[in-house]
Design a protein around this ligand. Structure first.
Ligand code: ADP
Ligand code: MG
Length: 325
């Protein structure tokens, strides 16, 4: 199977989408955003041995590679238009490619985000996806939009993916918890919160601004740090208000907090909005079928603090995973 046969067999589909003027097969794809919209663009690279294990199920890998990119569009409040795939493969393994493209394109179909182009080369397994989306001017969910007094919200819950990862690694404390298919599913097949992101971006502006938001890839505390630094504010998280998934409840406290606050791979949305927006936020959560919880507050004092159930406060380090430290 040559390069072009590989692309035709596994990645080329007849249907584009309403925004695709020209898809796979020419020198460039042509996308037509809706009138008056801005483009939202994001890339994520997945490298074998760093982001996934060599023996990962190819279908799950295809799903996750696109899911993490769609999660960035969700965190910006953008609607997907399409994506490109740059792929380095050690060999053209037909069964592997079939699984990979099945997982990838099923998620693409579910979110009307067609594959419109890419590049294919031989090399150590490595994939890079670039997603294109659209959002109305002034409505994007930017990290610099948080203000003191805003409520801090979390969609869904954190920590399950990290627990599953530690179980796969054989970490002793993680093995004290029962293996849970729900956790593995969270790690291998994350669900991007696109409907919630768009609902938040579509809310009628209050005080003339959209919510601030970020998607959680490197842990709640570390990713919140990006909002805090971009906005020049601080935050308090109320531990009692953080949702805890059943498999995490039996963990020793230090490890439970590690999963909840520094877990990574959650792909939930963390966002802020003024108290006057509480009703609208709850309605956005219901409309997009996303559980949404108020977990804290944005403060004028910089830094990140954790408030325990007994009222005690401790400083949290608001930095996440860093590939170079
Ligand atoms: P060029 O040499 O002009 O860069 P290529 O020969 O690399 O073009 O690719 C031919 C066509 O196939 C292009 O439209 C490109 O976007 C598409 N393509 C290549 N690899 C992929 C892939 N992995 N997934 C989707 N489309 C791809
Ligand atoms: Mg090329």
């Amino acid at each position: 199977m040559g390069e072009f046969e590989l692309i035709r067999r596994h990645f080329q589909r007849a249907a584009g989408g309403p925004s695709v003027v020209l898809g796979i097969g020419d020198d460039c794809a042509l996308l037509q955003p809706s009138p008056g919209h801005q483009l939202a663009i994001s890339s994520d690279m997945l490298v074998e041995g760093r982001h996934f294990f060599p023996d990962v199920n190819p279908q799950a890998l295809g799903h996750k590679a696109l899911a993490v990119n769609l999660s960035d569009l969700a965190a910006m409040g953008a609607r997907p238009l399409g994506f490109t795939l740059a792929l380095a493969l050690p060999q053209a393994d037909d069964a592997w490619l079939r699984g990979f493209s099945d997982g990838l394109l099923a998620l693409a179909d579910a979110h009307a985000c067609p594959l419109v182009g890419g590049d294919t080369t031989r090399g150590p397994l490595n994939l890079c996806i670039t997603v294109f989306g659209e959002v109305l001017p002034g409505r994007a969910l930017r990290r610099d939009a948080a203000r003191p007094g805003d409520d801090l919200y979390l969609s869904g819950r954190t920590g399950e993916a990290r627990l599953a990862l530690e179980q796969q690694r054989g970490t002793p404390w993680a093995l004290t918890a029962m293996p849970d298919d729900g956790c593995r599913e969270r790690l291998e097949r994350p669900t991007p919160r696109l409907a919630l992101g768009r609902a938040l971006a579509g809310l009628d502006g209050w005080e003339g601004r959209a919510p601030a938001a970020i998607d959680l890839s490197d842990g709640l505390a570390g990713d919140l740090g990006h909002i805090l630094r971009a906005s020049g504010v601080g935050a308090e998280i109320r531990l009692a208000d953080l949702p805890v998934a059943p498999p995490l409840r039996g963990l020793p406290e230090a490890q439970r907090l590690e999963c909840l606050l520094h877990g990574g791979d959650d792909y939930e949305l963390l966002f802020t909005a003024p108290p006057s927006a509480r009703g609208a936020i709850a309605a956005a959560g219901t409309a997009s079928q996303a559980p949404v919880q108020r977990i804290g507050v944005i403060t004028p004092q910089t830094g990140l603090r954790l408030i325990r159930a007994n009222g005690e406060t401790e400083a949290l380090i608001a930095t996440g995973f860093d590939h170079f430290t």
